[in-house]
Write a protein of this length. Structure first.
Length: 267
């Protein structure tokens, strides 16, 4: 991925002149880096799940692999302007990723049965959103602009019912991640949970927040958009590592009776 640009001619309607529009393919190195980071982290977290069988590790691992698929699909968009590649990028990156990160956090805070019911409802909504986004019309001009400039792709898929599900997914992600972070901090202050529980969930919230800033940072350049994504996933991975051997809060009994200093040893 060298730093070379492919230029095409574009006419300006006022002066009738031909001006070059340059397509900078060097930007594709950044989504490749994000794809690689997400893939390595996802496989690592799923490896933890195979040993411990914690549902949050399974969901976080899947969410990280979703990010890898989204970034790889984006590379396909830059290379060919392919509509399916863009749909996959938006489905796995914008629709599903944050929601399933938040769902993983819920398993740390709620009883398993309640979390399972919420996950089932989320899966149904996700399937509907995925189906609608696969058939929603594409704005070809905006898709071409993404291929040329490397933007985030807002507005490429024309508004429809999928947008309602998309908004609900992102609200769910924000509420669950922020809510679990605040709840865990409250439990630590009440001495009903180990400090690592709060640190892990607050760090997850920070990571998701950084990733959410990527859309805003895209206005500063495509490279900033993807660097922000990479930083967010690195923060998330560090947060996930903090949860290793950390049981779900709902499964802990008599935590408040654990003498000071022993809680850390048990997590």
């Amino acid at each position: 991925m060298g730093r070379h640009a492919h230029c095409v001619a574009a006419s300006t309607p006022i002066k009738k002149q031909v001006a070059p529009v340059c397509e900078d393919h060097s930007v594709s190195i950044f989504p490749i880096i994000v794809a690689a980071i997400s893939l390595v982290f996802g496989v690592t977290v799923l490896g933890q799940w195979t040993r411990r069988r914690r549902p949050q590790q399974l969901l976080w691992g899947i969410a990280l692999l979703m990010a890898a698929v989204a970034a790889a699909a984006y590379v396909g968009v830059l290379a060919s302007g392919n509509e399916l590649s863009f749909r996959l990028y938006y489905i796995f990156g914008a629709l599903l990723n944050a929601a399933y990160l938040g769902m993983g956090s819920l398993y740390l805070a709620l009883p398993r049965r309640v979390s399972d019911l919420i996950l089932a409802a989320l899966a149904v909504a996700s399937a509907l959103g995925l189906a609608l986004m696969l058939v929603a019309p594409i704005d070809a001009a905006k898709l071409h602009a993404v291929q040329i400039t490397g933007g985030a792709g807002t507005g490429v898929i024309k508004p429809g019912l999928w947008l309602v599900i998309f908004i609900l997914h992102n609200i769910f992600a924000a509420v669950t991640v922020a809510g679990v972070a605040l709840y865990s901090a409250y439990k630590v202050l009440r001495r009903q949970a180990p400090r690592r529980f709060a640190v892990a969930n607050i760090t997850i919230a920070v990571g998701v927040f950084v990733i959410s800033l990527a859309g805003t940072s895209a206005r500063l350049g495509a490279s900033i958009f993807w660097v922000t994504q990479a930083v967010g996933f690195i923060i998330l991975f560090g947060a996930f590592l903090l949860t290793v051997n950390l049981p779900a809060l709902a499964a802990r009994r008599n935590v408040a009776d654990i003498p000071a200093g022993q809680g850390a040893a048990q997590v």
